[in-house]
Design a protein around this ligand. Structure first.
Ligand code: HEM
Ligand SMILES: [Ca+2]
Length: 377
């Protein structure tokens, strides 16, 4: 090697070591967590407070609702309408609680706004903005669901200065064309991003689609972050858990409602995305692939959580996101009485081979987490 080349390499190596050191503001929080910036430490007591007081250590109703809120805050932005239409993940829902939560597409979202508002107002977390509170809250919430990944988290979203306009939240009666266009217009999110974000419907129940039902689950395991949602949305619909003819609802494969145990409810949008040629193969590829599912969800959530911001302006505080609860590591199965014969396969790739849960009749979906007989929600 020529001497001048060698000198160049040494000079380059020296430059890169010099560059790394002064920009680093690494700190160690009082509990020993190493973070990229001491600001991150402020989120550690918030995580503990949310986990214990708000979520009560469960992947239950309040955790699900805060996850949904993180989406509804972030997606309210539009490249075609311009900056005045909304600021994305800016906490506008919390700062203007009387505006966006009243839009029809946000029905029910005020529960999560009312849940988080006291934490913001408490004075205990003065450095934490509304947008940070929502996205961090979702990361803490999802970590309580067995099988979920540890999400990334960046801090420093400036507070919203105005609420978003109506019409930016996707609705279950929207066509696939409309849904693809909305995510594209919001933040250039593509069909794989959308399917990856919809993993969240594995821990979700509807309170408002059928007004006669509370907590109608989207899959048979609404407290577990598994791939049952992707399997069950492909099964032939046979009935409704409550009343028929609701906007945005189609028949589900497990409609059996017994007392508080509400049968599965299927959104029209989930039904269509599971079968549309643009999304069906990626949808099917999630079934029984929990590691892929968790990784794709994590990547898509990282994109969603910074909509409206330049990620470089935010501080990587991923180290303060609590470690998720352990996965159950249970393979995907056909719910009792169902089999491959019930699958409306829309992707030509081979369908995964799965066993069927053994039980004499249709699966009843428990209303409460952890097999508790009663629960508050
Ligand atoms: C095509 C896009 C989407 C549509 C049309 C849609 C629609 C809905 C609807 C209608 C509900 C039921 C609300 C109720 O009646 O209480 C719901 C619940 C939920 N959604 Fe979505 N959603 C979409 C995407 C997402 C995304 C991207 C996320 C998160 C990243 C998300 C998270 C949730 C969660 C966690 C719930 C359950 C809330 C609870 O159990 O209280 N959704 N969604
Ligand atoms: Ca589930």
């Amino acid at each position: 090697m020529a001497f001048s080349n060698l000198l160049q390499i040494i000079a380059l190596a020296a430059l890169s070591t010099i560059k790394a050191a002064p920009t680093s503001q690494e700190a160690v929080c009082s509990d020993g967590t190493r973070v990229s910036n001491s600001i991150c430490c402020d989120f550690i007591p918030l995580a503990q407070d949310l986990t214990e007081t708000l979520f009560e250590n469960q992947c239950g109703e309040t955790a699900h609702e805060v996850l949904r809120l993180s989406f509804h805050d972030a997606i309210a932005i539009s490249q075609s309408l311009g900056p005045s239409a909304g600021g994305g993940a800016d906490g506008s829902m919390l700062i203007f609680p009387d505006v966006e939560p009243n839009f029809a597409a946000n029905l029910g979202i005020s529960d999560s706004v009312n849940d988080l508002a006291p934490f913001l107002a408490s004075g205990k977390f003065p450095t934490i903005t509304a947008g940070d509170m929502i996205q961090f809250g979702a990361a803490v919430a999802v970590g309580l669901c067995p099988g979920a990944p540890q999400l990334e988290f960046r801090a420093g979203r400036p507070n919203a200065t105005a609420p978003a306009v109506d019409g930016l939240i996707p609705e279950p009666q929207n066509t696939v064309d409309e849904i693809l266009a909305r995510f594209q217009d919001a933040a250039n999110l593509n069909s794989e991003d959308i399917v990856s974000l919809l993993v969240s419907h594995t821990v979700a129940r509807a309170d408002h689609v059928d007004p006669t039902l509370d907590a109608a689950p989207f899959d048979s395991t609404p407290f577990t972050f598994d791939s049952q949602f992707f399997l069950e949305t492909l099964l032939t619909g046979v009935g409704f858990p409550g009343t028929p003819n609701n906007t945005g609802e189609v028949s589900s494969p497990l409609p059996l409602t017994v007392g508080d145990n509400v049968g599965e409810l299927r959104l029209q949008s989930d039904f269509e995305l599971a079968r549309d040629s643009r999304t069906a193969c990626f949808w099917q590829s999630m079934i029984n692939q929990e590691a892929l599912m968790a990784a794709r969800f994590k990547a898509a959530m990282a994109k969603m959580a910074v909509i409206g911001h330049n990620p470089a302006d935010l501080i990587d505080c991923s180290a303060v996101v609590p470690k998720p609860v352990p996965a159950l590591n249970k393979p995907a199965t056909f719910p009792a009485t169902k089999s491959f014969a019930d699958v409306q396969q829309a992707c030509p790739s081979p369908f995964p081979s799965l066993t069927t849960d053994r039980a004499p009749r249709e699966t009843e979906i428990p209303h409460c987490p952890d097999n508790e007989a009663t629960c508050t929600s």
